[in-house]
Design a protein around this ligand. Sequence first.
Ligand code: HEM
Length: 554
Amino acid sequence: MLSSAKLFHAAPTTSRTLCVSVASLRAEEALGLTHGGMVGRRKAGRGERVRPFEEIPHTGSNGWVNLVRFWKAGKFSSMHKHMEETFNTLGPIYREHLGTLSTVNILLPSDIGELFRAEGFHPRRMTLEPWATHRETRQHCKGVFLKNGSEWRADRLLLNREVMISAAVRRFLPLLDDVSRDFCRMLRTRLEARGAVVEGDLRRMTLDPSPDLFRFALEASCHVLYGERIGLFSSKPSREAEQFICAVEKMLATTPPLLYLPSRLLHRLRAPLWTQHATAWDYIFSHAQARIERGYERLQSEWSGGARGAVVGSGGGQCSGVLGQLLEKGQLSLELIKANITELMAGSVDTTAVPLQFALFELARNPEVQERVREQVRSSWKRAAGDVHKALQGAPLLKGTMRETLRLYPVGITVQRHPIRDIVLQNFHIPAETLVQVCLYPLGRSSDVFPDPSRFDPSRWGRAEAGAGEGTGEGPPGQAGQDGQDGGAFRSLAFGFGARQCVGRRIAENEIQLLLAHILQNFRLSVASTDDLNTTYTFILLPERPPSITFTTL
Ligand code: HEM
């Protein structure tokens, strides 16, 4: 048997040889390599040859031609569907060249496990050129999202202490609980005002909850990150908040096309797309900077009044949020604190507001599921007698609801890694440093991975897939769960995996679950139509039109 190491040496791996051999393959020929379904090929067994990288099916070898075709077909907004269709046509691994970007796309858990094992000590994602170019041209420091190597690790370990470890979670849980309760109070007040349909003791109102959910997410983020409530549930909408939300949306919407274009050149040419993107980021930065400076001044005056140490943390006093913790500890420079807090703010609003829309819709169109989750939430909340952590622990269906939502509607449709060593995926040789994308949308909807994938079934995560779902994402950052060894894990990956998984994960998970728990205890949800929601991709996955939900008081 030929060892794969020998084959790796025999296989051409330089990008130049790659271009020549890839160019010699006609796109139509490559597209003809169909596999009829997504059942994974076996790994190379005895006597089997690991096939060279160039033989991986691809969607067309010329990145610029592909990009123009993509653009003309308006496919950026349906990237997730394009990936699903391509897997169905080409099999469980394919290459794609779009403009300046070349990727290998995968979806099977066994391959994801292999990729995870080669991510190294400083895992690297795709570089987000437009975001990085913005920081460089404005001379802002980069936060963890954009950093790599030991600089990333140093910042990341400090942030983990403030937002990922259980002591941090216990600190911010009450803050998220407060905001969730206030959200339901605001909704109840609205239902009690004129405009709601009254049926006996019950009141009913149909509305598009998305603007309220964005406000909820912003209010919650400000509370956790800055230790500050900004009053977004008052009847007078805040112009500053609306502008911040618009800026985040614009920044996200302009990111996907810019990913495939040379950002630095567009910056020099002052291309309109680039200018819109950079202006949106400028607003996000100025919003965060103003709050950070306010928080800094507030803390300084509290410290100068002798309250240092007592102010920060959970010990009964006022909580100054993640910002206060970072300032108090002084291990990150002020510039790095600003960079990281701005990234956390930018990453926090849409990512939680959007899955909440999808979750409300799925609960509303699955009334039996809704009833089961509500029952469990009610009894758990009763048993927990005010202990929010215990209440959440006692309602696994709530977590299952969040996971089901993110399985069907992953916020980010891919997780990417550059493996640090050569690997074999689906019996193809993948050279070190290749950009490999795990495609979450097709993964979540694949019947090879999930039985009856179109069914919204929160209990699936508590049964056979309990262990499998946890995977590396649940363990301490940077460690693989035991179940990660055989490829049985790596199914619940909306937050990524390993040491580089989402740093806001604990905030997001608890925020989503707490709001759902309070909504379920206050309202019955229903929808006029149970038809599937059309989705669109603008760097995150959104409903094409936000669903209208009927809230009925309980
Ligand atoms: C449902 C909500 C969310 C989802 C699905 C999500 C998803 C993700 C994913 C897939 C990654 C890449 C992980 C990887 O490469 O393995 C990521 C990274 C990141 N997320 Fe989130 N996210 C969410 C909420 C948040 C929130 C609330 C924040 C901030 C408070 C946040 C801040 C970040 C940051 C800063 C990173 C970069 C981490 C690093 O590179 O070290 N995210 N997120």
